[in-house]
Write a protein that binds this ligand. Structure first.
Ligand code: ATP
Length: 309
């Protein structure tokens, strides 16, 4: 059995001849949260949708729990669909306004012909409670809910089939700060309870810091840095990662936020340089990424290796 819940290997996507995801390697180990960060348009959503086979990759491989699902036909993919689910930012668009919340949450069970109608109703009520809504919500409709409550319903619907991998695409970015914290707590609790593995797509680094075990930074379709969360926050090397970290909201309201956009020239001029003796040999396992330089502590960054001794 693979210890990786999800693995993307050299995955790429072209839209109309334009490469928007470029040979990305990404591993979500079991029971871990991996955050995918980067500015708008860097290819995060496309990567997440390819992981779920909701967008077909132009090249590369997708492994779910060690099974190569890259070329499975939809029929053969069905058992794997139960294991991987998604929660989007805009839950209002994804909740059918004509269905009750109970029906919405139970629908995946119906699609997979699991249980009787009354068993499905009971499980939907259980899940309402698990996500912090009481059973009376079962007969209400999406328009009666706040944004945070709708996100709770989306989470229940995503997890009712017992998924092992959750792709959460900006699940908190449409929410107020206090509600955001509640949804992060909910996801954190469920992740621990269910042993979920999560790909958490966000540009909100304060959320990422509290939730993620590892951070993967994307810039213009490529991974430019990745590593354990504490290392990335304490010791980011890539100029783009540093710019993202500098833009994290600060407590002092008079301090100006810095811009995150860097020009190609600025990035080239500031690309980190290492001497060969400062870098680690690439690990021989499948997380190796020849495009990135390996630093101590499973930290990888796009860098230039200079002459050395
Ligand atoms: N179906 C599509 N057809 C053509 N281009 C697309 C399509 N989907 C995405 N793109 C382009 O691919 C690039 C990456 O988009 P993507 O949504 O993956 O980025 P992102 O990092 O998730 O951004 P955001 O944070 O705004 O969601 C963008 O330039 C986008 O315009």
């Amino acid at each position: 059995m693979s210890e990786h819940a999800l693995e993307l290997s050299q995955i790429s996507k072209e839209f109309g001849g334009r490469t928007v995801v470029d040979r990305v390697n990404l591993v979500v180990p079991k029971n871990q949260v991996v955050a995918l960060v980067g500015e708008s348009g860097s290819g995060k959503t496309t990567t997440g949708l390819m992981a779920l086979r909701l967008i077909e990759p132009s090249a590369g491989r997708i492994l779910l729990g060690g099974h190569d699902i890259t070329s499975l036909r939809q029929r053969d993919l069905k058992p794997f669909r139960r294991q991987m689910q998604v929660v989007f930012q805009d839950s209002y668009a994804s909740l059918d306004p004509m269905m009750t919340l109970g029906e919405i949450i139970a629908e995946p069970l119906a699609i997979h012909a699991i249980g009787t109608a009354s068993e499905r109703r009971d499980r939907a009520r259980d899940w309402l409670q698990r996500v912090g809504l009481d059973g009376s919500y079962a007969t209400r409709y999406p328009h009666e809910l706040s944004g945070g409550q709708r996100q709770r319903v989306s989470v229940a619907r995503a997890l009712i089939l017992g998924a092992s991998v959750l792709v959460a695409d900006e699940p908190t970015s449409a929410l107020d700060v206090s509600v955001k914290a509640q949804i992060v707590n909910l996801l954190q609790g469920l992740q621990a309870d269910m042993g979920l593995s999560m790909l958490f797509i966000s540009h909100d680094l304060s959320v990422v810091r509290s939730l993620a075990d590892q951070v993967v930074v994307m810039l213009r379709g490529r991974v430019v840095e990745r590593g354990p969360t504490d290392r990335i926050f304490a010791n980011a090397h890539h100029p783009y990662t540093r710019a993202l970290l500098d833009a994290v909201p600060v407590i002092d309201p008079t301090a100006r936020r810095r811009r995150t956009f860097l020009t190609a020239e600025e990035i080239n001029a500031n690309t980190p340089r290492f001497r060969p003796e400062d870098i680690e040999p690439q690990p021989l396992v499948d997380t190796a990424d020849p495009q990135l330089v390996a630093l101590a502590g499973s930290h990888f960054v796009e860098a230039i290796v200079t002459g050395g001794r």
